[in-house]
Ligand binder design. Sequence first.
Ligand code: F0G
Length: 458
Amino acid sequence: MELPYAESYKIKMIEPVYRSTRKDREAWIREAGYNLFALKSDHVYIDLLTDSGTGAMSQEQWSAMMRADESYAGARSFHRLKHAVEDITGFPYLLPTHQGRAAENVLFSVLVKPGDIIPGNSHFDTTKGHIESRKAVALDCTIDDAKDTQKEVPFKGNVSIEKLEKALNQHNDKIPFILITVTNNTAGGQPVSMENIRDVHRLAQKFGKPVVMDSARFAENAYFIKTREAGYKDKSMKSIVREMFSYADAMTMSSKKDAIVNMGGFIATRRKDWFDQASVYTIVFEGYLTYGGMSGRDMEALAVGLHEGVEFDYLETRIRQVQYLGDKLDEYGVCYQRPAGGHAIFVDALKLLPNVPREEFPAQTACVELYLEGGVRGVEIGAVLADRDPVSRENRYPELELLRLAIPRRVYTNNHMDVVAAALKNVKDRSEQIVHGYKIVHEAPIMRHFTCVFDPVK
Ligand code: F0G
């Protein structure tokens, strides 16, 4: 008989997790103001809040940390990292930062000014925050297919070339660069095809615009190119990654995702002028140029993680696990953004809880229900996250209300995925009775989702 597929690694170190009762969870979520960010992690059984900084490091990463050079300037660890970044991405200039949003802060301090327009495919919320806080506009040019959760297209994260071309024609002098996010987190961890990246690059060249890549999940994107796009099946992961970055002038990186470290980020570029200008902001915001907010230990782990993160066998295990959860949800009739994404399953909350009004935050309600049901923590990607319009201060209601289940790298087994799927099935089975959601009773002026306090509507 054909042998089944199994993980490309085994477990050397474990961390206990605790189940709890529904009664416990009812008290804990009430104390947390029905915001899952405010829960203690000990009160969570399976934590799918994020795949960011939550991965399990390898024996190679832990051992590399032991040889770290903690010199303030010119550390060996920095040079090892610089070598790894250049080897993987092809970019010769590197500025380390403490995480991805810090890379955005430093680079956008150089590139974004008030009144600018930055077109891209569904800017991540911190990216949008760094654009909007500079009184500029993040213009979403994602393909329309991404809005239909049930439509199966292989590269649902793509940039719409028509929308981008229109923006470039209409606002040419206001556009400092084009931003491509790989994979497209907000649209469901959906990949961007090489063809699309190439087309964006071609258009950018035509209009004389640089391209920046938000690369948090570049390796998962490359895996999808290898497995789904014609002409890439026999190419190595490394050569695919190199080709992706060959179409960009610079990248911002949250290393907490595809480089499988708990903390870290960087900017890498081929533009010496950007590097020189951004260096000033690195020193002001992050630290000296050869550490920029990272310890030598962090940089060592990252240098190894970058290589491990692009290994095909590891990526296959990872993406298969996300797919496994998707397949279980198919079995139970729970709708999610199709096909399964790279780092997460995005459950369609409007389909899961059709009776909860939009003003009562169906995706937030789904998050709370799933936690109550199984101690599983997901995150809302809906109207709470979309926040208020910066000018009118009205709530923004995005087309999709999603409950994201982000799977940490190398952490949970498929048995955990079975629990998550069963808990969601139970929520679905009770959905007739779930007719009310939550109202916000406290919110911050920007990025409210982290600290919002809710009350049940009934
Ligand atoms: N870009 C993308 C596409 C992201 O998903 C994130 C973070 C960032 C930039 C910012 O990086 O957290 O290191 O400052 N996403 C996390 C998430 C938080 O849960 O999706 P950071």
